[in-house]
Design a protein around this ligand. Structure first.
Ligand code: ADP
Ligand code: MG
Length: 356
């Protein structure tokens, strides 16, 4: 009778098709056992539920094990997933494994649409997700996700008897959301100086009862590095995604956004081309990403359905029915999650401290 270790041995050095490291090194071999009927059951631990095309792993595992153990009748592969992450919010008590910022050089390119879709898409794929609207001057996330109301403050008591308050995020179609829009009247302008902005962003991260998250998606305001600088000072971001449209003039702004993230030392996860189609063209962002040495995460074609659902506060419905944007969006979510996992290979997990 072979032991579990012996059964898994031939897989240790197999390369993961996405991450380019071995299953052993990535700690993806969760278990193996011989079942009745001479079936070999293998369990693979994926670094994210958003892992794309896992059939590739199934085939790899099956062929490797059939070769190693010719007497086995069947190799059955099953999957679990544990999102790996930097846990970088530990110092401020934020229990989000990965914090992802979504930015752009300018407004109107679909940054909020992509940020909200990333959040709902990753949730659809089985991840625990939160969405933080850091565009305090022009918060549009609450409208897109169709939520309103004021977050309530909840008192908590620590094991040592100290009390502290946390804000409850607003739940919109199952997603935890926090935005400045929940604190101001719809047509009220927010006029703040830099230090107040810094304070608001810090509070959103620190004093919101996010719970445990695999991914916290942050919708950044367009352009300026203010909020990005604040973020990079208080949490170690998994990285940033730059959204841009395909035409040449828009790409100039995207280059500025990339340079801004580089200055504040936030890793770049990749570029998304939005509004691909006859009007703005196609492929500009992909080429620019290649030039800049940044991964290209995918394109989202221009489609009035996106605008209509966003206007109606039903952006999450993009994942509930058949529509032309669903597949491109899921592809972008998967690519983003893989890039987060790749980043992690270069920047190890941080220790988690509990500070309230
Ligand atoms: N791929 C797309 N197809 C059609 N409309 C889109 C698409 N992406 C975004 N939009 C629309 O464009 C407008 C601007 O998008 P938004 O996400 O608010 O941009 P930003 O946050 O960059 O200012 C919104 O009305 C939105 O619904
Ligand atoms: Mg926006």
């Amino acid at each position: 009778m072979l032991t579990e270790m012996q059964l898994l041995e031939p897989l240790q050095t197999c390369q993961d098709p996405e991450l380019g490291r071995s299953f052993g090194e990535l700690k993806m071999l969760a278990g193996a056992s011989l079942g009745s009927g001479n079936v070999l059951n293998v369990t693979i631990d994926l670094p994210t539920p958003a892992y794309p095309r896992r059939a590739r792993i199934t085939e790899l595992v099956q062929s490797k094990l059939r070769q190693a153990f010719p007497d086995i009748a069947t190799v059955a592969v099953s999957y679990i997933s544990n999102v790996r992450g930097k846990m970088s919010g530990g110092t401020i008590g934020l229990r989000a494994k990965n914090v992802i910022a979504v930015g752009s050089g300018k407004g109107g390119v679909g940054k909020s649409t992509i940020a909200a879709s990333l959040a709902y898409g990753l949730q659809t794929l089985g991840c625990k997700v939160g969405l933080m609207d850091a565009d305090v001057y022009g918060p549009s996330i609450p409208h897109m996700v169709g939520s309103q109301g004021a977050p309530s403050a909840v008192k908590h008591t620590t094991s040592t008897g100290e009390t502290f308050e946390r804000m409850e995020p607003i739940i919109a179609d199952g997603l935890k959301v926090m935005s400045m829009a929940y604190f101001v009247k719809p047509d009220q302008a927010v006029i703040w100086r830099g230090p107040m902005l810094h304070k608001a962003i810090t509070q959103f991260l620190k004093d919101t009862d996010w719970g445990e998250l695999d991914y916290l998606i942050i919708d950044l305001p367009p352009g300026t590095g203010d909020v990005s600088l604040t973020l990079s000072q208080i949490v170690g971001l998994a990285g940033a995604i730059v959204v841009c449209t395909p035409q040449q003039v828009a790409l100039l702004d995207a280059i500025k956004a990339v340079s801004m993230f580089r200055q504040v030392k936030i890793p770049l996860l990749g570029v998304v081309e939005n509004m691909t189609g006859e009007i703005f063209g196609r492929g500009g962002a992909r080429r620019k990403a290649e030039e800049l040495g940044i991964p290209f995460l995918g394109e989202l074609p221009i489609d009035s359905g996106i605008r209509i659902r966003g206007d109606d506060g039903r952006i999450s419905s993009l994942f509930n029915d058949d529509n032309p944007s669903k597949e491109p969006l899921l592809h972008i979510c998967q690519q983003a999650a893989i890039q987060v996992a790749k980043q992690l290979l270069h920047a190890p997990q941080m220790p988690q401290l509990e500070i309230l």
